[in-house]
Ligand binder design. Sequence first.
Ligand SMILES: [Zn+2]
Length: 489
Amino acid sequence: MKNQDLVDYLKECGVCLFCQLRYLKARGNEYQNKQEYFEKVNVLYEEDSGCIEYAPTNKKKRRNVCPTCLDLFSDDFRDQLLLSISSTDIGKYDCDGIVIAMSIPIILQLRQLSMWYALIDKFGDNVSLDRTPDVSLKEAIKLILNPTICEKLKKSYDINNGLMVTINLSHSQEEEGITRLEKLNNIVNPRKRGEKYEKISRSLIERKYTPARVSSELFKEIFDVPPLISNEGLKFDSISLLGPSVYVAGRYRKISRKLSHTPWVLNGERVMDDSIEEIINRNIANYFCDPKKVNFMSSGREDVDVRCLGAGRPFVLEIPNALQSSLNSEKARQMEDNIDKSQKVSVRDIQMVKREDLSHIKMGEEHKRKCYRALCQIGSVATIDMLRKLDLQQGFEIQQKTPIRVLHRRPLHTRPRTVYSLKASVCQQNKCLIILDIVTQAGTYIKELVHGEFGRTIPSVASLLGQPIDIVALDVMEIDLDWPPSISV
Ligand SMILES: [Zn+2]
């Protein structure tokens, strides 16, 4: 089969130049310079060939709709597509990159199939029965349409972080095409009794419909071969946009002893007005999207009445459909200042991170060390002997039953936990108060470690001391996670 014969036949069927190139198996940027490629494969190049006919009624030149791509690759379609994309909210997204996902009607696939049968009729054994004779529409969209759209919109194609533009196309003959396909499907794949009907889909056509599996005679009983020239091109059903997911990390210090980690709601009523999650979300996420959709994650959490000091606790926000794909340092510092104004939480090191970095927050939680400072009360004045009993720099192991206060949300277990070190000092203002510096394995319940909870934690500070002791106030001093990287201002 000569390339010229193939192109002559395609022209006869009204196939457009781009589709002619598809059937000549053009690759990569060969679609951008049509003439050069035609010459390379020894085919006479004619601008607009195959697409012109004289409408008999008014004798005017009229462009046909290409029977194989339904004008998917025409200039008109591209211009309409650009116009439709521009009329969406695309301007609200500050993204340099885009990804295009085009959903094409099934009728286009059927038309490729019909042309395949036509080529077999025309060129016989030169055309394979099980390998498609053309570059697929999906591939051609990537090679032809995507680069043009990106160029016109002045965006780069960015599969990882780009704004996702989903374009759904339809055609007036879609329904009729599917009805015919169902008819064919009932003959080719007759349903056995009780067998579920396989829904007509693109993958069904790709898997089960090739000239090797469905005879030409049968196909022609139901479909036109070659595909008829259509009067109508494709229509836009909808265009939807989805911004990239971005990740913003930082470290928070909790200064308030009256602040819950997440919104605290009891019997449908809020117990506290605000929470760490909400303060951080509304000051950071607002810049990117609707804060309600944001996922707040932190490396552990503290109780409502516990502060978190030192370098703070690492956190990260997962922000879907973001309008912004970057965050400059000035904006980040401004967010930190705004959070500071809450006087409940202070945040530092706000920065964008990669999705992979989320593993820092999620992994190895059990193995991390945490440093606490606890202000504790005893029934008498603290003595040197007491302080000596609580000076355990070598650390020790404890067995801790799930505290009663969390039993409603955690299963009852006895967990071994490591206390890496314990050190006590007397509060100078009140000698009945002891300051404990405790380094423990993450996941240790500190309040119970101190008072022992009726022997549910063994040993405890109370059992080591040999008398009751209670926590007045607790602070987290350090979290053993050197992430996200510190930002020096
Ligand atoms: Zn075409």
